[in-house]
Design a protein around this ligand. Structure first.
Ligand SMILES: Cc1cc2nc3c(=O)[nH]c(=O)nc-3n(C[C@H](O)[C@H](O)[C@H](O)COP(=O)(O)O)c2cc1C
Length: 345
């Protein structure tokens, strides 16, 4: 499998890093970029209406202007004028691609704002939102990210995908669960396949991909043109290079050694402290640190302690005492995605 074309944007490899609110900031993206193998990275989702009306100054856009490309930014809203203006501003910032979120199952987004996955009930409205963003984006390609539907009883994804395509989006990402399924059961790959059959734009499959083998299996089962990874990459940010190698027919590289993984963790912390100061940087680092090696045997004590680290000195002390130095245990680490969700509560 080679490059993936998203309208005018050509990705070297069809492996994408998902938007993850609270995690995929510029420092996380730098870590992923440095490790290689990822075709396109996304920011966290940004509230277009809040930004356009001046209610928020989105710190989720920090770093976007100066960062390497390709870089995608994700917007969410249910008002066409806000998505149009948000897309126009992002195009002016020179982003590579603008994604629209129609999959968020969070109560605040679905309920109070009637956005995210609520919109999956209404393919026509989604079409208008896509058309507005495409108008604002000009030459910058627009994509959408959806779940299979708002509920198991309403699997609207094929109709939504057709509306997304008809209104000018260049690709669609499908997370293989409905909004009411949260993460409770495995992804339904056959239903992602139904979306692939419904449209001619590339479909990117998402959900439960944790390594090269699950990526290859997902592509074979769905017929999708690419894959997107979220939770597993919080534990193993080098997963992209493993998947990319497998898709390009190369030998899957070994994970970084325990010493290299420890260095990655310390560098991530140092960058956060440089940006945020201490103890704020350390406190922000807790959620990353306890996900880094979730699933590796014997790492419980490290996670427990690091989730309470109060400042830089304590963080370093915990890493020195409790981060495993044993390559065998860390290479046995298969990202435990359920654990990743609950790693720090
Ligand atoms: C903590 C968390 C935050 C997320 N934030 C976003 C987001 O901002 N935008 C989005 O489209 N999806 C978001 N997602 C969903 C993921 O991008 C992805 O669709 C989902 O986790 C399934 O992929 P995975 O099995 O690889 O984790 C989030 C998921 C988690 C666990």
């Amino acid at each position: 499998m080679g490059a993936l074309k998203l309208g005018p944007l050509e990705l070297d490899t069809p492996v994408l890093s998902a938007p993850i609110a609270g995690f995929t900031d510029s420092i996380y993206r730098r870590t992923v970029r440095d490790l290689g193998g990822c075709g396109l990275l996304f920011t966290e989702m940004v509230w277009a209406g809040g930004w356009v009306q001046g209610k928020i100054e989105p710190d989720r856009l920090d770093g976007v202007t100066g960062e390497a490309r390709p870089l995608g930014v994700q917007l969410w809203d249910r008002e066409p004028e806000f998505l149009e203006e948000g897309a126009r501003r992002l195009a002016d910032m020179g982003v590579s691609l603008i994604d629209l979120n129609f999959g968020c199952p969070k109560k605040r987004i679905m309920g109070r704002h009637a956005a995210g996955a609520t919109l999956l009930r209404d393919p026509g409205t989604i079409g208008k939102l896509v058309a507005a963003a495409v108008k604002g984006a000009g030459r910058v390609p627009v994509t959408a990210k959806i779940r299979l539907g708002p509920s198991v009883a309403a699997r609207t994804a094929p109709a939504v995908a057709r509306s997304v395509e008809d209104n000018g989006a260049v690709a669609i990402t499908v997370h293989g669960r409905t909004a009411d399924q949260h993460y409770g059961e495995p992804c339904h790959l056959a239903f992602i396949g139904e979306v692939v059959d419904a449209v001619s734009i590339p479909v990117i499959a998402n959900g439960d991909i944790r390594d090269a083998e699950s990526a290859v299996r997902t592509l074979a089962a769905t017929g999708a043109a690419g894959v997107m990874v979220a939770r597993a990459a919080l534990t193993r940010p080098w997963v992209f290079r493993e998947i990319a190698a497998a898709l390009h027919g190369q030998t899957v590289p070994p994970p970084p050694t325990a010493r290299e993984q420890k260095a990655l963790l310390l560098k991530h912390h140092a960058l956060l402290v440089e940006r945020e100061g201490d103890p704020r940087g350390t406190i922000l680092m807790r959620k990353f640190a306890c996900r880094y090696i979730a699933g590796a045997p014997g790492t419980h004590a490290f996670r427990d302690a690091v989730a309470r680290a109060q400042d830089s000195a304590e963080f370093h002390d915990i890493v020195e005492r409790l981060f495993p130095v044993d390559d065998a245990s860390l290479s046995a680490c298969v990202a435990d995605t359920a654990l990743v969700e609950s790693a720090c509560g």
